[in-house]
Structures are given as C-alpha cells and as structure tokens.
Design a protein around this ligand. Structure first.
Ligand code: URA
Length: 211
C-alpha cells in the first residue's frame, strides 16, 4: 500500500482504534507533532463531527476541539441545541501540522495536504464504521473533501442534507457540511456575528435532521 503505516485494525471498536492510532506513521506528520489526537465522544453517538486537524492546544492536550476553535464550536452547538457530550468529535487528520514563526517559537497551523488527508482517511472511515452515526457533519473543506472527494465545495453545498456513500458501508450516511469554526474566528465585528449566525443555523439543521 502507498501508506503502509496507516492501517487501522479491522472491525475494531473506538478504544482499540485509538490505541492503534497512537503509533501511526502513515504520513510524516507524526514526526513533529506531540501525539496523535484521536476522536472523542460516545461510540454510539448519533451525530459525528469532523474537523480538519488538531491545533496547538489539541496537540498538547491530546483531545479534539479543546482550544479556541473548540470554544467557538461549543458556543454554536449550545445555541443550536446540541449537547456536545452526545457528539463524537474527530478530525480528518489526526496529527498537528505546523510551521515555526520566524520570530519567537510560536507554532503556526498549516493546512494538511491532500496526501496527508488521504493517508489519515482510513482512520476516519474506521471511526465512522465503529460509531455508525445517523448524521455526519463536516466542519470545513478538509473534512468535507476527505469524505465527499476533492470536487466538493462547502461554499455551495453548506447547510444541505446530502448522502455520503462510503465503500463497504451497508447504506449511505446522511451528511451535512458547514464552515470550520476557525473561519468564523478569523473575522471581526459584524462579519463575525453574521458568520456565527450562519454557522449556528447550519448546526440547527443538523439538530433537526436527527431530532
Ligand atoms: N481545529 C480542528 O479542525 N480540529 C481541532 O480539533 C481543533 C481545531
């Protein structure tokens, strides 16, 4: 295989997958990251959410969406009436990719490549198969394209209930894409409020879909 290090054990539950993913060397990102950040949440969750990759905070703490993007996600989930403790939250890529700032030692997020996303995809599919949620929500283009293919556009498809066909799955999953919470954080003033309102509205559609 092209990515020999990225081979999740077959038919494994979440705990076994999480343990196996600790030693993944399926792409080079494990070299500089602190640790694998695997998904978190109930293994019988009806809603599974997929982000891009762990950020600086997640890399240090070992859990997804616990930094600034996670706080914004928490706010939006609450506004949409979704209990985060009932959601399985994960990422398309499970190691933090970063560059060092020229001055100082700050670690700056770098978008994962298509190759890195593909290398990590077997883990995401294994999580899907272990959880079998009623609805998959992709946060941002990396997650949406990992699942729906590189032609998928969040800008035109966001907030729509779609099917997600996964090879080998007994039936298509229901799927909804929206923006990444970091895209909201990057804005300010009215633009930010508007983006947050749209993000929350998309999450409300997700809540309605599983109500
Ligand atoms: N951004 C993501 O996409 N995932 C995280 O876990 C944190 C920030």
């Amino acid at each position: 295989p092209r990515w020999p290090g990225a081979a999740p054990p077959e038919d494994a539950g979440i705990d076994r997958l999480r343990r196996a993913a600790r030693s993944c060397e399926g792409c080079d990102l494990y070299r500089d990251a602190t640790q694998t950040v695997f998904g978190d949440g109930p293994d019988d969750a009806r809603l599974l959410m997929v982000g891009e990759q762990p950020g600086d905070t997640e890399d240090r703490e070992g859990e997804p969406f616990v930094g600034p993007a996670g706080r914004l996600l928490d706010r939006a989930l609450e506004a949409a009436g979704i209990d985060r403790s009932q959601v399985y939250v994960t990422n398309a890529v499970k190691h933090f990719k970063f560059t060092r700032a020229e001055h100082g030692n700050r670690r700056l997020h770098k978008k994962p490549s298509r190759g890195e996303t593909l290398a990590c995809r077997p883990w995401l599919l294994a999580e899907l198969d272990a959880v079998r949620p009623d609805l998959v929500v992709a946060l941002g283009a990396t997650a949406a394209q990992s699942l729906q293919g590189p032609e998928f556009r969040v800008t035109t498809q966001r907030g729509r209930l779609l099917d997600l066909d996964i090879e080998g799955a007994p039936k298509p999953y229901r799927f909804l894409a929206t923006v990444h919470p970091s895209a909201v954080i990057r804005l300010s003033g009215d633009e930010r409020e508007e983006a947050l309102a749209r993000f929350t509205a998309d999450l409300r559609k997700a809540a309605d879909a599983i109500a």
